[in-house]
Design a protein around this ligand. Structure first.
Ligand SMILES: Nc1ncnc2c1ncn2[C@@H]1O[C@H](COP(=O)(O)OP(=O)(O)OP(=O)(O)O)[C@@H](O)[C@H]1O
Length: 389
């Protein structure tokens, strides 16, 4: 990988975000091997020392240190806990209390990894930052100073969905060395180099908060409000412990079963009625109430800074790992509308819709509302201009 500008690797200083995981270990090694001036930066973004997270962060830091030592590069540490709390976590909680199911990793990338972290790396003299994300970038021929974000070559691992809200200017300042590789190859390199991280399992859970039992964690911050589970025609079939614990299309955890008159088909969440604190459930994974024809979304973060056109066809995902779906996007003064060729299951307000033109990620936005085939498209509530990121 040559630097995207005219410099030589030897004259290019790169600060790699080292998490103590296998991907960023190999990212750092690849860059060093290619001749870059490489330094690592480990960040700790959650201050609460409650035993579990504290231990995980300490182990991760020890692993990042061990790998940096094996590669022979310095490792810096920094805390962006205040930025994480203010710009990511508070929003995450307010989305949950508004009945939506947010994706904090997207905001964390936009506000912490590619903002606070990048800005700090620049103060350490970085020409570029690098991460272990499975994505790629190349200069945007039509927008000087910006880069396009491309899917990672490993289809199974592509993480562009989580990076869609980062601007093309910030992508242009980032190298993604493992985006050119498949995961097994990354593990093989880590093993070959003797990194302590070579067989470490992939991180799961909310970024920087870790793998706690999610419902217990949420309970510490938001009071649970139990209520009824109803069928679409209003029959009460059970109770829920709080709408925030449920997400559209979800099956597990409803605690309904063995109801006379309803047969054995499993129940799925079709709707969260916040006004009445009611969870609406339907029977059958393919119940029509679980499928949407279209959606409206919040102002879109376009990686290029603007949409490709006011109205265009492309492909989109409404959740990570979903195969791309054909759709028509219309950007109006009042908001952005997406209409899918095929109806989509479990499109969830608070999650993000992300647009693709082939392997190029165009950007994306938080889903605000959806409509079904037999419903009229709702009005867009507020006039506003689609935002350029
Ligand atoms: N605590 C951290 N400090 C510095 N950089 C981090 C940290 N956590 C994540 N990153 C950066 O963000 C990238 C993606 O993080 P993610 O949590 O998705 O982990 P991952 O895909 O399992 O990667 P890894 O194997 O490197 O942990 C990492 O590869 C790393 O470059």
């Amino acid at each position: 990988m040559n630097p995207p500008d005219s410099r030589q690797p030897e004259a290019t200083r790169v600060i790699v975000g080292m998490s103590g995981g296998v991907d960023s270990s190999v990212a750092a090694w690849l860059l060093k091997d290619q001749g870059y001036q490489v330094e690592g930066l480990f960040m700790k973004n959650w201050d609460e020392d409650d035993g579990t997270e504290y231990c995980t962060a300490m182990t991760d830091l020890a692993d990042a240190r061990a790998v940096a030592e094996t590669i022979g590069i310095p490792l810096h540490t920094a805390s962006f806990a205040a930025e994480y709390w203010d710009r990511v976590f508070e929003h995450f909680l307010s989305e949950y209390s508004a009945g939506r199911t947010p994706n904090p990793d997207i905001l964390c990338n936009k506000e912490v990894k590619f903002r606070a972290f990048l800005d700090y790396a620049v103060t350490l003299g970085a020409d570029y930052i690098a991460t272990g994300h499975y994505t790629r970038q190349r200069p945007d021929p039509e927008n000087p100073g910006r880069a396009q974000l491309l899917k990672g070559l490993d289809n199974n691992k592509d993480q562009s969905y989580f990076l869609h809200a980062v601007s093309g200017e910030r992508i242009a300042r980032t190298l993604f060395p493992v985006g050119e590789l498949e995961k097994p190859e990354v593990r093989r390199i880590a093993g070959e180099q003797g990194f302590v991280t070579h067989d470490k399992k992939d991180s799961t859970g909310i970024c920087f908060i870790g793998e706690r039992k999610f419902s217990d964690f949420l309970k510490q911050y938001l009071p649970a409000q139990p209520g009824e589970i109803q069928t679409p025609d209003g029959q009460v079939i059970g109770r829920h412990q709080g709408l925030m614990y449920h997400t559209i299309g979800q099956r597990q955890g409803l605690g309904i079963g063995g109801l006379s008159n309803f047969g054995d088909e499993p129940w799925y969440v079709a709707e969260k009625d916040l006004g009445r604190n009611v969870l609406v459930a339907v029977q059958g994974k393919h119940h029509p109430l679980l499928f949407s024809r279209g959606l409206h979304c919040a102002p879109v973060d376009w990686i290029a800074g603007h949409p490709p056109a006011r109205s265009f066809r492309c492909r989109a995902k409404t959740r990570y790992r979903q195969p791309d779906q054909d759709c028509e996007v219309t950007v109006t003064g009042a908001g952005t509308r997406v209409v899918f060729d095929d109806t989509q299951r479990a499109v969830t307000p608070g999650q993000s819709v992300v647009f693709y033109d082939g392997e190029v990620c165009l950007g994306g936005a938080v889903i605000e509302r959806t409509w079904r085939d037999n419903e009229k498209e709702p009005d867009m509530p507020r006039a506003r201009e689609a935002q350029a990121s």
